[in-house]
Design a protein around this ligand. Structure first.
Ligand SMILES: *Cc1c(COP(=O)(O)O)cnc(C)c1O
Length: 496
C-alpha cells in the first residue's frame, strides 16, 4: 500500500511511513486510498478473536508485512493484557456501551498501539534494509510516555527517550515513567507544558543539524508519537472489533449504524474511528469530547483552529492539549486531499497559532462529527452519578467522554429529525490510574497518596486493581533529570 504526505508529493510504503514517523516536508503520512472492508469480510471477522481481527485490518494497510508473522506479533502483544480480551465491550444498558481499552501493561489505551509498534518498527527497518540503530523520541502528556517505554524496553537496536512536562502529568503517571526498567530507556522532565515538549521534539525532527549529529553516532530518528502511522493503524482495529462484538451479542444487526464518543487530545484515537468509517464500518456520528481545553469544540463550531488561548491543567491531563497533531490528517481530507492547502494551513498554525477552514469544508463534516466539551465539576458529577446508577467506576478522561456523550444524547432526544443510534463510549484509562481524582469524584474525599486512593477505590468498587499499578509502589525511582525546552537535544546527545 502506498502512503502520501499530507503536505506534499512524498510517496512511501507502509514500512517506510512507520520507520520515518513523519514526512520530510513535515507532513503526516496517510494511505493513498482507504482500503475497504466488505460486508462478507465483516461477517468473517465475527468469529475471530481480537488479535485475529486486528491482523485482518492491519494487513490491509501493511501488506508488505508477512500476515502470519503479523498475527503472531499481535497475539504476543495482546497476551500482556489482563483478562483475556484486549478490548472488551461492556454493556451498560440497552444502547449504551463502554469499549474498555485499558487492560494493557500501563492501564491506558495507548497500550493498544504501543505494544505493537516495536514489532512494526523493527520489521519495518528490516523491510527497508536499514542498518542504523533507531532512536525513539517521545513527547508525552503522561500516558504515551509510559506505554512507549514499556513497549520498547530492551528492544534490540532501539533506544527510547521520553520528555514529559514537569508539572503536567499525574503523580501516578510520573511514578510509572520514573521507575521504568530497561537498559535502553531515558526519561527527562521539561520545564513547560505538553505543547512545549511536543514542539521541542518536533524541532529536533525538523533539524538537519540534529539528524547529522545523530547519524555520526549511527542513529536514525523515529517517533512513537501518535503522528506515526504505526500508532494510528492498530487503533483502527478496535472500532471494528467493538462493532463485531455488538453484532455477536445481538445488540445490533450487521449493517446497523453505531455512534462512538471518544475523549480527545491529540486527535489520534478519534481519527482512527474516522478511518474505520472510511473503510466501510457503519459509523454514524463520532463524538469528539474535550475537557476545558476546548480548542477542538471551538474549531467545529467556528471553522477556525485557534491555539492561542489559555492552557488549563485538568484532571484529564492526557487531554490537556492545544495543538492536536493528528487533526492535520483530517484537515487534509476536509480539503479534498489538497496537500498545498494543508501545508499552508499548517504553516499558518506554526507561525500564528491559528488557521481557518472554508464553510463548505466544515459543513460537509458536520454530520460526521459532533464536538463537545465539559468542565471539571460536570465531569465529577457525571462520574459520581454513573457509579451510583450503574456501579461502574470510570477514569477522569472517560468521565469527560461520558459527560459529553450524555449531552449529545439529550440533544438527539430533543431533535425529532435526529437518528437515535447505539452509543459506544471509548474508555481510555483504568480508574486506578488516576486514583485521587477518581476517589474524589466517587466520594468527595481527598487522599494525599495515590496508593491510599487505590485502596479506597478498591474497597468502594470491588474492581480488581491492575497488577502493574500494584507493583510500582516497590520500584526504585531511576530518573530525576529536569531540563528546559531549549536544552532537550543536549539531553539526547548525553543519553546516546
Ligand atoms: C492519550 C489519551 C487520550 C487522548 O487520546 P488522543 O488520541 O490523543 O486524542 C485520552 N485519554 C487517555 C487516558 C489518554 O491516555
Amino acid at each position: 500500500m502506498v502512503f502520501v504526505s499530507t503536505r506534499g508529493e512524498e510517496k512511501v510504503t507502509g514500512a517506510q511511513a512507520i520507520v520515518q514517523g513523519i514526512a520530510k516536508d513535515g507532513g503526516l503520512f496517510v494511505p493513498e486510498k482507504f482500503p475497504q472492508v466488505t460486508r462478507e469480510e465483516m461477517e468473517s471477522m465475527l468469529g475471530m478473536d481480537y488479535p485475529e481481527r486486528a491482523a485482518f485490518i492491519l494487513h490491509k494497510y501493511l501488506d508488505e508485512y508477512d500476515k502470519d508473522e503479523l498475527l503472531s506479533a499481535l497475539k504476543k502483544a495482546y497476551s500482556q493484557f489482563e483478562g483475556g480480551d484486549a478490548a472488551p465491550l461492556v454493556r451498560v444498558e440497552n444502547g449504551m456501551y463502554m469499549l474498555e481499552l485499558f487492560h494493557g501493561p500501563t492501564c491506558a489505551f495507548k497500550d493498544m498501539a504501543l505494544t505493537v509498534l516495536p514489532y512494526l518498527l523493527r520489521k519495518g527497518c528490516d523491510i527497508c534494509g536499514i542498518k542504523e540503530d533507531i532512536l525513539i523520541l517521545v513527547a508525552t502528556s503522561g500516558d504515551t510516555g509510559k506505554a512507549a517505554l514499556e513497549g520498547f524496553k530492551d528492544a534490540k537496536g532501539i533506544k527510547i527517550m521520553v520528555f514529559y512536562p514537569d508539572d503536567g502529568v499525574s503523580k501516578m503517571q510520573k511514578l510509572q515513567m520514573c521507575t521504568q526498567e530497561g537498559e535502553n530507556v531515558n526519561v527527562v522532565a521539561v520545564r513547560g507544558n505538553f505543547d512545549d515538549c511536543q514542539t521541542g521534539v518536533k524541532k529536533i525532527f525538523a533539524s538537519a543539524d540534529c539528524k547529522a549529529k545523530l547519524k555520526e553516532k549511527n542513529f536514525l530518528l523515529s517517533s512513537a508519537n501518535s503522528i506515526n502511522f504505526g500508532r494510528l493503524a492498530p487503533q483502527i482495529c478496535y472500532y471494528f472489533s467493538a462493532y463485531c462484538d455488538l453484532v455477536t451479542s445481538d445488540q445490533i444487526r450487521m449493517g446497523d449504524k453505531v455512534n462512538f464518543t471518544v475523549p480527545t487530545g491529540n486527535f489520534g484515537n478519534i481519527l482512527a474511528g474516522y478511518y474505520a468509517k472510511r473503510m466501510g464500518l457503519p459509523v454514524g456520528t463520532l463524538v469528539c469530547a474535550s475537557n476545558k481545553n476546548n480548542v477542538l469544540t471551538d474549531f467545529w463550531a467556528k471553522g477556525m483552529y485557534d491555539s492561542k488561548r489559555p492552557f488549563y491543567k485538568t484532571m484529564s491531563p492526557s487531554m490537556d492539549i492545544l495543538v492536536s497533531s493528528n487533526l492535520e490528517r483530517l484537515i487534509f481530507e476536509l480539503s479534498g486531499r489538497d496537500a498545498a492547502l494543508t501545508k499552508e494551513r499548517m504553516q499558518q498554525l506554526s507561525a500564528t497559532g491559528r488557521y481557518s477552514i472554508r464553510a463548505e469544508e466544515l459543513k460537509a463534516y458536520k454530520s460526521e462529527f459532533y464536538a463537545g466539551c465539559t468542565n471539571e465539576s460536570d465531569t465529577v458529577d457525571c462520574m459520581y452519578e454513573f457509579f451510583e446508577e450503574y456501579g461502574y467506576p470510570m477514569d477522569t478522561h472517560t468521565g469527560v467522554a461520558m459527560s459529553v456523550a450524555q449531552r449529545y444524547e439529550e440533544m438527539v432526544e430533543k431533535d425529532p429529525k435526529a437518528e437515535k443510534l447505539p452509543m459506544v463510549v471509548v474508555s481510555t484509562a483504568s480508574p486506578y490510574k488516576f486514583p485521587q481524582d477518581v476517589l474524589y469524584a466517587l466520594t468527595g474525599n481527598d487522599v494525599k497518596d495515590s496508593f491510599k486512593g487505590i485502596k479506597r477505590i478498591n474497597l468502594l468498587t470491588a474492581m480488581k486493581v491492575p497488577e502493574p499499578l500494584k507493583a510500582i509502589r516497590y520500584k526504585p525511582v531511576r530518573f530525576k533529570q529536569v531540563t528546559s525546552p531549549e536544552k532537550m537535544f543536549d539531553e539526547v546527545l548525553k543519553f546516546i
